[in-house]
Design a protein around this ligand. Structure first.
Ligand code: ZN
Length: 345
Protein backbone atom coordinates (compact mmCIF):
# COMPACT_ATOMS: atom_id res chain seq x y z
CA UNK A 1 0.00 0.00 0.00
CA UNK A 2 1.32 3.48 -0.79
CA UNK A 3 2.49 5.51 2.19
CA UNK A 4 1.40 9.09 2.83
CA UNK A 5 1.77 11.83 5.41
CA UNK A 6 -0.13 14.98 6.28
CA UNK A 7 1.45 18.43 6.14
CA UNK A 8 -0.08 21.33 8.06
CA UNK A 9 0.68 25.01 7.71
CA UNK A 10 -0.72 26.73 10.80
CA UNK A 11 -0.49 30.44 10.10
CA UNK A 12 -1.98 33.41 11.88
CA UNK A 13 -4.77 33.68 9.26
CA UNK A 14 -4.93 30.39 7.37
CA UNK A 15 -4.82 26.75 8.33
CA UNK A 16 -3.80 24.68 5.31
CA UNK A 17 -3.59 20.93 5.28
CA UNK A 18 -2.35 18.55 2.59
CA UNK A 19 -2.11 14.80 2.20
CA UNK A 20 1.08 13.98 0.32
CA UNK A 21 2.37 10.59 -0.82
CA UNK A 22 5.83 9.51 0.31
CA UNK A 23 7.23 10.23 -3.16
CA UNK A 24 5.93 13.81 -3.12
CA UNK A 25 2.63 13.52 -4.97
CA UNK A 26 -0.15 15.81 -3.75
CA UNK A 27 -3.24 13.76 -2.86
CA UNK A 28 -5.44 16.57 -1.55
CA UNK A 29 -5.17 20.08 -0.17
CA UNK A 30 -7.61 21.85 2.16
CA UNK A 31 -7.61 25.50 3.30
CA UNK A 32 -9.45 26.63 6.43
CA UNK A 33 -9.39 29.92 8.30
CA UNK A 34 -7.44 30.03 11.56
CA UNK A 35 -9.81 31.48 14.16
CA UNK A 36 -7.02 32.53 16.47
CA UNK A 37 -9.41 34.83 18.35
CA UNK A 38 -11.42 31.79 19.51
CA UNK A 39 -8.41 30.57 21.41
CA UNK A 40 -5.78 27.88 21.35
CA UNK A 41 -8.05 24.93 22.11
CA UNK A 42 -10.41 25.86 19.29
CA UNK A 43 -7.53 26.11 16.79
CA UNK A 44 -6.09 22.75 17.91
CA UNK A 45 -9.53 21.08 17.76
CA UNK A 46 -10.16 22.32 14.23
CA UNK A 47 -6.71 21.28 13.09
CA UNK A 48 -6.98 17.78 14.58
CA UNK A 49 -10.47 17.31 13.08
CA UNK A 50 -9.21 18.30 9.65
CA UNK A 51 -6.13 16.04 9.90
CA UNK A 52 -8.35 13.14 10.97
CA UNK A 53 -10.83 13.69 8.13
CA UNK A 54 -8.07 13.76 5.56
CA UNK A 55 -6.02 10.89 6.97
CA UNK A 56 -9.01 8.56 7.36
CA UNK A 57 -9.97 9.23 3.74
CA UNK A 58 -6.61 7.97 2.48
CA UNK A 59 -6.05 5.29 5.12
CA UNK A 60 -8.30 2.94 3.15
CA UNK A 61 -5.75 2.85 0.33
CA UNK A 62 -2.50 3.83 2.05
CA UNK A 63 -0.44 3.78 5.23
CA UNK A 64 -0.55 6.99 7.30
CA UNK A 65 2.99 7.87 8.40
CA UNK A 66 2.20 10.89 10.57
CA UNK A 67 1.70 14.63 10.49
CA UNK A 68 4.12 17.54 10.26
CA UNK A 69 2.92 20.90 11.52
CA UNK A 70 4.51 24.19 10.53
CA UNK A 71 4.17 26.99 13.06
CA UNK A 72 5.38 30.60 12.86
CA UNK A 73 7.51 30.66 15.96
CA UNK A 74 10.49 29.21 17.72
CA UNK A 75 9.98 25.59 18.72
CA UNK A 76 11.81 23.55 21.30
CA UNK A 77 12.51 20.42 19.26
CA UNK A 78 13.07 18.30 22.37
CA UNK A 79 9.79 19.05 24.12
CA UNK A 80 7.62 19.98 21.13
CA UNK A 81 6.61 23.22 22.81
CA UNK A 82 6.61 26.74 21.43
CA UNK A 83 9.12 29.09 22.96
CA UNK A 84 7.71 32.11 21.20
CA UNK A 85 5.05 32.82 18.59
CA UNK A 86 3.85 36.33 17.81
CA UNK A 87 0.90 35.14 15.69
CA UNK A 88 -0.45 32.35 17.89
CA UNK A 89 -1.21 33.73 21.34
CA UNK A 90 -1.67 31.14 24.08
CA UNK A 91 0.49 28.50 22.39
CA UNK A 92 3.60 29.23 24.43
CA UNK A 93 4.48 26.86 27.24
CA UNK A 94 1.77 24.42 26.19
CA UNK A 95 2.62 20.82 25.18
CA UNK A 96 1.36 21.31 21.60
CA UNK A 97 2.99 18.23 20.07
CA UNK A 98 2.06 15.87 22.90
CA UNK A 99 -1.54 17.09 22.87
CA UNK A 100 -1.92 16.65 19.09
CA UNK A 101 -0.22 13.23 19.17
CA UNK A 102 -2.61 12.14 21.91
CA UNK A 103 -5.65 13.18 19.87
CA UNK A 104 -4.46 11.76 16.57
CA UNK A 105 -2.78 8.65 17.87
CA UNK A 106 -0.06 9.23 15.31
CA UNK A 107 3.47 10.53 15.07
CA UNK A 108 3.54 14.36 15.01
CA UNK A 109 6.46 16.66 14.28
CA UNK A 110 6.31 20.39 15.04
CA UNK A 111 8.61 22.60 13.07
CA UNK A 112 9.21 26.26 12.35
CA UNK A 113 7.38 27.30 9.16
CA UNK A 114 10.42 28.91 7.52
CA UNK A 115 12.44 25.73 8.11
CA UNK A 116 9.66 23.73 6.46
CA UNK A 117 9.54 26.07 3.46
CA UNK A 118 13.27 25.41 3.07
CA UNK A 119 12.77 21.66 3.31
CA UNK A 120 9.89 21.79 0.81
CA UNK A 121 11.99 23.64 -1.76
CA UNK A 122 14.82 21.17 -1.19
CA UNK A 123 12.53 18.16 -1.56
CA UNK A 124 10.32 19.16 -4.51
CA UNK A 125 11.13 22.72 -5.53
CA UNK A 126 14.03 24.83 -6.78
CA UNK A 127 16.64 22.75 -4.94
CA UNK A 128 15.26 19.30 -5.82
CA UNK A 129 18.17 16.89 -5.96
CA UNK A 130 20.49 19.35 -4.17
CA UNK A 131 21.41 18.25 -0.65
CA UNK A 132 22.72 21.49 0.82
CA UNK A 133 20.70 24.66 0.50
CA UNK A 134 19.67 27.81 2.35
CA UNK A 135 16.29 29.35 1.66
CA UNK A 136 15.75 33.05 2.33
CA UNK A 137 12.07 34.00 2.44
CA UNK A 138 11.32 37.66 1.76
CA UNK A 139 7.92 38.71 3.07
CA UNK A 140 6.85 41.32 5.59
CA UNK A 141 10.07 40.32 7.34
CA UNK A 142 12.75 37.81 6.33
CA UNK A 143 12.52 34.15 7.24
CA UNK A 144 15.04 31.47 6.54
CA UNK A 145 16.04 27.88 6.78
CA UNK A 146 19.12 25.77 6.19
CA UNK A 147 18.94 22.21 4.86
CA UNK A 148 22.08 20.09 5.06
CA UNK A 149 22.17 16.68 3.41
CA UNK A 150 18.40 16.77 3.10
CA UNK A 151 17.78 17.56 6.77
CA UNK A 152 16.82 20.81 8.49
CA UNK A 153 19.74 22.30 10.39
CA UNK A 154 18.27 23.42 13.73
CA UNK A 155 21.37 24.64 15.45
CA UNK A 156 21.73 24.08 19.19
CA UNK A 157 18.14 24.82 20.16
CA UNK A 158 16.11 25.36 17.02
CA UNK A 159 17.11 28.96 16.42
CA UNK A 160 19.32 28.54 13.32
CA UNK A 161 18.41 30.36 10.12
CA UNK A 162 17.38 33.72 11.56
CA UNK A 163 18.68 35.48 8.45
CA UNK A 164 16.32 38.42 8.92
CA UNK A 165 18.16 39.51 12.04
CA UNK A 166 21.67 39.47 10.65
CA UNK A 167 23.12 43.00 10.80
CA UNK A 168 23.60 44.58 7.38
CA UNK A 169 23.87 48.23 8.54
CA UNK A 170 25.66 48.77 11.87
CA UNK A 171 24.07 52.16 12.64
CA UNK A 172 20.80 51.26 10.94
CA UNK A 173 17.14 51.27 11.81
CA UNK A 174 16.00 49.73 15.07
CA UNK A 175 14.46 46.26 14.62
CA UNK A 176 11.76 44.63 16.75
CA UNK A 177 14.42 42.19 17.97
CA UNK A 178 16.33 45.02 19.67
CA UNK A 179 19.22 45.14 17.20
CA UNK A 180 19.93 47.99 14.81
CA UNK A 181 20.27 47.46 11.07
CA UNK A 182 18.78 43.96 10.70
CA UNK A 183 18.47 42.64 7.14
CA UNK A 184 14.69 42.57 7.33
CA UNK A 185 14.61 46.32 7.91
CA UNK A 186 16.27 46.73 4.48
CA UNK A 187 15.23 43.86 2.21
CA UNK A 188 11.59 42.97 2.85
CA UNK A 189 8.13 44.18 1.86
CA UNK A 190 7.99 46.41 4.94
CA UNK A 191 11.42 47.83 4.05
CA UNK A 192 10.11 48.76 0.59
CA UNK A 193 7.12 50.51 2.15
CA UNK A 194 9.37 52.27 4.65
CA UNK A 195 11.55 53.60 1.82
CA UNK A 196 8.49 54.58 -0.21
CA UNK A 197 7.05 56.42 2.80
CA UNK A 198 10.31 58.30 3.27
CA UNK A 199 10.36 59.28 -0.40
CA UNK A 200 6.76 60.53 -0.18
CA UNK A 201 7.44 62.46 3.04
CA UNK A 202 10.48 64.18 1.53
CA UNK A 203 8.31 65.37 -1.35
CA UNK A 204 10.78 64.03 -3.91
CA UNK A 205 8.61 61.18 -5.25
CA UNK A 206 5.34 62.67 -6.53
CA UNK A 207 4.77 59.46 -8.53
CA UNK A 208 4.51 57.51 -5.25
CA UNK A 209 2.17 60.05 -3.65
CA UNK A 210 -0.03 59.86 -6.71
CA UNK A 211 -0.04 56.06 -6.77
CA UNK A 212 -0.70 55.91 -3.02
CA UNK A 213 -3.74 58.20 -3.28
CA UNK A 214 -5.26 56.46 -6.31
CA UNK A 215 -4.54 52.83 -5.38
CA UNK A 216 -6.25 51.53 -2.22
CA UNK A 217 -3.91 48.53 -2.30
CA UNK A 218 -0.75 50.58 -2.63
CA UNK A 219 2.06 48.34 -1.51
CA UNK A 220 5.40 46.78 -2.43
CA UNK A 221 3.85 45.42 -5.65
CA UNK A 222 2.87 48.96 -6.70
CA UNK A 223 6.45 50.16 -6.17
CA UNK A 224 7.65 47.21 -8.23
CA UNK A 225 5.26 48.11 -11.06
CA UNK A 226 6.59 51.68 -11.00
CA UNK A 227 10.17 50.36 -11.10
CA UNK A 228 9.38 48.22 -14.14
CA UNK A 229 7.86 51.27 -15.84
CA UNK A 230 11.17 53.06 -15.30
CA UNK A 231 10.29 55.27 -12.32
CA UNK A 232 13.68 56.34 -10.96
CA UNK A 233 12.61 56.51 -7.29
CA UNK A 234 11.13 53.04 -7.44
CA UNK A 235 14.23 51.70 -9.18
CA UNK A 236 16.40 53.24 -6.48
CA UNK A 237 14.39 51.47 -3.79
CA UNK A 238 14.93 48.08 -5.43
CA UNK A 239 18.62 48.79 -5.95
CA UNK A 240 18.91 49.45 -2.23
CA UNK A 241 16.91 46.29 -1.55
CA UNK A 242 19.23 44.28 -3.84
CA UNK A 243 22.31 45.78 -2.24
CA UNK A 244 21.30 44.79 1.29
CA UNK A 245 20.10 41.36 0.18
CA UNK A 246 23.48 40.95 -1.50
CA UNK A 247 25.27 41.93 1.72
CA UNK A 248 23.25 39.34 3.63
CA UNK A 249 23.85 36.60 1.06
CA UNK A 250 27.57 37.39 0.82
CA UNK A 251 27.85 36.64 4.54
CA UNK A 252 25.89 33.40 4.19
CA UNK A 253 27.92 32.27 1.18
CA UNK A 254 31.25 33.03 2.85
CA UNK A 255 30.13 31.19 5.97
CA UNK A 256 28.34 28.17 4.53
CA UNK A 257 29.64 27.58 0.97
CA UNK A 258 26.45 25.75 0.02
CA UNK A 259 25.48 24.56 -3.47
CA UNK A 260 22.38 26.70 -3.66
CA UNK A 261 20.61 29.69 -2.09
CA UNK A 262 16.91 29.94 -2.88
CA UNK A 263 15.07 33.25 -2.62
CA UNK A 264 11.36 32.90 -1.86
CA UNK A 265 8.46 34.84 -0.38
CA UNK A 266 6.11 37.39 -1.91
CA UNK A 267 8.70 40.07 -2.67
CA UNK A 268 11.13 37.61 -4.27
CA UNK A 269 9.19 37.81 -7.55
CA UNK A 270 10.50 41.38 -8.02
CA UNK A 271 13.71 39.57 -9.04
CA UNK A 272 14.38 41.57 -12.21
CA UNK A 273 14.26 44.80 -10.17
CA UNK A 274 16.69 43.78 -7.40
CA UNK A 275 18.77 40.87 -8.71
CA UNK A 276 21.30 42.83 -10.85
CA UNK A 277 22.35 44.92 -7.84
CA UNK A 278 22.32 41.83 -5.61
CA UNK A 279 24.73 39.95 -7.90
CA UNK A 280 26.96 43.02 -8.23
CA UNK A 281 27.18 43.18 -4.44
CA UNK A 282 27.88 39.45 -4.15
CA UNK A 283 30.82 39.58 -6.52
CA UNK A 284 32.26 42.57 -4.71
CA UNK A 285 31.78 41.27 -1.18
CA UNK A 286 32.14 37.50 -1.24
CA UNK A 287 35.38 35.87 -2.29
CA UNK A 288 33.61 32.51 -2.22
CA UNK A 289 30.94 33.77 -4.61
CA UNK A 290 33.47 35.48 -6.88
CA UNK A 291 35.34 32.17 -7.17
CA UNK A 292 32.25 30.06 -7.81
CA UNK A 293 29.83 32.34 -9.68
CA UNK A 294 28.10 30.79 -12.69
CA UNK A 295 28.82 32.37 -16.08
CA UNK A 296 25.29 33.65 -16.24
CA UNK A 297 23.91 34.04 -12.69
CA UNK A 298 20.76 35.90 -13.74
CA UNK A 299 19.83 32.96 -15.92
CA UNK A 300 18.15 35.18 -18.50
CA UNK A 301 20.29 34.82 -21.61
CA UNK A 302 20.77 31.48 -23.38
CA UNK A 303 23.76 29.41 -22.26
CA UNK A 304 25.83 26.96 -24.23
CA UNK A 305 26.57 29.29 -27.13
CA UNK A 306 29.47 28.20 -29.28
CA UNK A 307 31.80 30.81 -27.86
CA UNK A 308 30.86 29.84 -24.29
CA UNK A 309 31.29 26.14 -25.00
CA UNK A 310 34.84 26.50 -26.32
CA UNK A 311 36.20 28.97 -23.75
CA UNK A 312 34.43 27.66 -20.66
CA UNK A 313 35.09 23.92 -20.92
CA UNK A 314 37.38 23.97 -17.87
CA UNK A 315 35.12 25.92 -15.53
CA UNK A 316 32.00 24.05 -16.57
CA UNK A 317 33.08 20.97 -14.69
CA UNK A 318 33.52 22.97 -11.47
CA UNK A 319 30.68 23.34 -9.04
CA UNK A 320 28.97 26.71 -8.97
CA UNK A 321 27.13 28.70 -6.33
CA UNK A 322 23.58 28.99 -7.61
CA UNK A 323 21.20 31.67 -6.41
CA UNK A 324 17.72 31.18 -7.73
CA UNK A 325 14.03 31.83 -7.14
CA UNK A 326 11.85 29.47 -5.14
CA UNK A 327 9.39 27.39 -7.17
CA UNK A 328 6.66 26.24 -4.80
CA UNK A 329 5.35 29.55 -3.45
CA UNK A 330 3.28 29.21 -0.30
CA UNK A 331 3.00 25.44 -0.86
CA UNK A 332 6.69 24.98 0.04
CA UNK A 333 5.90 24.94 3.76
CA UNK A 334 3.06 22.49 3.25
CA UNK A 335 5.25 20.02 1.34
CA UNK A 336 8.04 20.49 3.88
CA UNK A 337 5.56 19.70 6.68
CA UNK A 338 4.51 16.49 4.94
CA UNK A 339 8.17 15.57 4.37
CA UNK A 340 9.24 16.11 7.96
CA UNK A 341 6.51 13.72 9.12
CA UNK A 342 8.10 10.84 7.21
CA UNK A 343 10.37 8.84 9.54
CA UNK A 344 14.00 8.76 8.44
CA UNK A 345 15.31 5.65 6.72
ZN1 ZN B 1 16.19 42.14 14.10
Amino acid sequence: MPEFSIGVDLGGTNLRIAAVSRDGGLLEKVTLGTKVALGRDHVINEMCDAIQRLSSKYKSTGIFLGAGIGIPGIIDMQTGMLRKSANLPGFEDYPVRREIERRLGARVVLENDANLAALGEQWLGAARGIGNVAVVTLGTGIGGGIVLEGKIWHGMNGMAGEFGHVTVEPQGYLCGCGNHGCAERYASASAIMRMAGEAIASGEAPSFAQAASSDPEFGAKSIYNLAIQGDEHARRIFRSFGRYLGILLAGLINTLNLDMYVIGGGVSSAWDAYAPKMFEELRARSLVYAATAPDNPLGSSPSGTEEGASSQTESRSERKTVITLALLGSDAGLYGAARVAVPAG
